[in-house]
Design a protein around this ligand. Sequence first.
Ligand SMILES: Cc1ncc(C[n+]2csc(CCOP(=O)(O)OP(=O)(O)O)c2C)c(N)n1
Ligand SMILES: [Mg+2]
Length: 327
Amino acid sequence: MIPSRARALSKLHRMMLRIRICEESFVEPIVSGVIRCPVHLYSGQEAIAVGVCAALSRRDRVFGTHRSHGHYLAKGGSLRALVAEVYCRASGCSRGRGGSMHIIAPEQGMLGAVPIVGGTIALAVGSALASRTRRDRGVTVSFFGDGAAGEGVLHEALNFAALHKLPMIFACENNLYSTHMGLRECRAGDAIWTMARPFGVDGQRVDGNDVLAVHKVARRAVAACRAGRGPVFVEFMTYRLRGHVGPDDAIQGTHTDIRPAAEVAKWRRKDPIRRFADYLVRSGVATASDLERWRLAAEREVCAAHEFARRSPLPAMEELEDHVFAP
Ligand SMILES: Cc1ncc(C[n+]2csc(CCOP(=O)(O)OP(=O)(O)O)c2C)c(N)n1
Ligand SMILES: [Mg+2]
């Protein structure tokens, strides 16, 4: 294998691993009550953020959801600033005022995540319109869940983006559940990607747990957008390995995890990181000791970020009203 391809593949793996290790590191402080904001873990869905963002350049923009640590990290956001934000510390990427669901790294093109389901889809349309108007060749990705596909704003956004041929990728992460409701209980028809059809938008469904398949479709979508053939709609099939919010649904006290054990077990076998690690070893890109070295490096980085966050102060009360309005 040519060295540059091997490097690119190992980079995909290391970023997925970094996200997983970061996500899993939140479990203990959530359970012990040290982290107090609601945290929606991205474990299991890493291949989507990583495969898509690896097809983007820094000037391209992404918008996320309530479950966006992975989008933020894959787009180049600082891991230290993310962890500090989840601890609601002044050193966090939103100065400790937002917590896990309000993360942003504008310098890297991660323009924000918000808890309102479907709330960033229209913002992404605006960003894509700005790129068109400025002719900056930028592409905007809107990440949203299967639940968000039930919000009316998606239809409006598709219409506007299609009408103006905006350089935008609608990236739907279908993890089969919207909180504790299975997709089939709340949707007539489960092929979300077909929503693009009536608007004449190119749409397709892809295995979201296969980082190479994700990356391939994302590269094609980005090229189409840059060539003025946008927008593009992709439905990525995936599954979360943790609860809707927090480590597992039962711990929240108000819900039990209604996902069938056999379904969870089936998707555990499709873990995107394990799958890709096996592929890397099989194809001679990495050895078992490389994988171990990368894991230890990510663990060290995450550990240091928690220490940094715990040492950082909470936002000062006197600054409560700062940053509410633009100066
Ligand atoms: C407009 C709105 N409606 C309802 C909620 C409550 N809520 C929070 S997350 C969520 C589920 C979203 O499901 P999906 O879009 O599939 O994302 P996932 O949690 O599966 O990643 C809901 C209904 C909300 N935050 N905003
Ligand atoms: Mg969902």
